[in-house]
Design a protein around this ligand. Structure first.
Ligand SMILES: [Zn+2]
Length: 339
């Protein structure tokens, strides 16, 4: 699932190491160059291979010796056309990739002494937009990895409007259940089960169209799906899934027994949304779900997270600050079909 499996680039394990590795713009530019051209620079205009000219005052630009084409190192990345120094982007990607709960725009602005809050906010949101690849694989597959599916209500308290779920947003989730190798140190916990990849999407309602539509967009056909016995999941067999519906899933003990991973995901998600971001408006919720998914799926691989943010993030369309507030920007959903 990870884009980079080459190990030729170092990854800092601590903040002092980070400072040694990325002391200035030239160091950051060098890292981008090596990440992009594993075997050395190749001119995108004339395909010439060989050491390019470098301009000391413009470390982000390489010039082809043959055709004089100027290639920007940030072209196609999330940093393209940004006036923010590369080192600021690197700090942001490193903090976002390595701090387990993530980082808020206020913390980020303060720690990097950025003059404007909007700069911090814009960088973090661009990185978040890059946290979902449009061609994302569907999860599930081999019969050993069954997938738990459920929904949860997020955010918004009801104020004086009677019982109900006003102002809450419905979120659907699917998570792979994996098993550790028998005999390894961790196979005793939770029966050796642990959560694999997760997918999360804002859903309009609990109808069969919404819930089965989410499953189709997020999970490979043929996968064994475990859900509660709500009728919204009733069509899954017809749609080509193996389906196991658990009755009495409202009972916490039964839910814990049969769907432990999805409840772990929901619990982590709520803690993260409330703790780090003090709640999130429905308008931006999908972006935060995307960030949570990115972190969760790479929680054992911060190196890949860091490189994805800097290198692969460029493949995604990124929002401008103005667009985020004008509602023009639609956050990518987990697979693009629930928006
Ligand atoms: Zn050239």
């Amino acid at each position: 699932m990870d884009i980079f499996d080459i190990n030729d680039l170092p990854f800092p394990q601590s903040l002092p190491e980070f400072q040694r590795l990325f002391p200035d713009e030239i160091a950051c530019a060098g890292y981008l160059e090596r990440a992009r051209w594993i075997g050395g620079f190749m001119c995108p205009a004339c395909q010439e291979i060989g050491e390019p000219f470098r301009i000391s005052t413009r470390p982000g630009v390489l010039v082809c010796r043959k055709c004089r084409h100027e290639e920007g190192l940030t072209v196609g990345t999330v940093m393209e056309r940004s006036h923010t120094p590369l080192s600021t982007w690197f700090w942001a990607a490193y903090l976002v990739a390595t701090q387990t709960p993530g980082i808020s725009a206020v913390q980020f602005q303060r720690q990097l002494r950025l003059r404007r809050y909007e700069t911090a906010f814009g960088i973090l949101h661009k990185l978040r937009a890059g946290m979902v690849r449009p061609d994302q694989d569907r999860i599930g597959g081999p019969p050993a990895n069954h997938v738990e599916v459920d929904e949860v209500l997020i955010g918004g308290k009801t104020r004086g409007e009677g019982r109900g779920v006003h102002h809450k947003t419905l979120v659907t989730a699917a998570v792979e259940v994996r098993r550790r190798e028998p005999g390894t140190a961790q196979d005793k916990r939770k029966d050796g089960r642990y959560a694999g990849r997760v997918r999360l999407a804002v859903a309009p309602d609990r109808s069969a169209d919404s819930l089965c539509g989410f499953v189709q967009s997020a999970v490979m056909p043929g996968t064994l799906i475990v859900s509660d016995d709500w009728s919204g999941y009733g069509n899954l067999r017809k749609l080509g899934y193996d389906h196991h519906a658990i009755a009495e899933c409202g009972d916490p003990e039964i839910a814990e027994e049969f769907m432990p991973m999805i409840h772990l995901v929901f619990s982590n998600l709520k803690t993260w949304l409330n703790g780090t971001h003090h709640g999130v408006s429905p308008k931006h919720l999908q972006a935060y779900l995307n960030e949570f998914t990115f972190r969760f799926n790479r929680r054992f691989h911060p190196f890949n997270a860091f490189r994805s943010l800097l290198g692969i993030a460029g493949g995604a369309e990124t929002p401008t600050y103005a667009a985020l507030y004008s509602s023009d920007w639609i956050h990518p959903t987990c697979s693009g079909c629930m928006s």
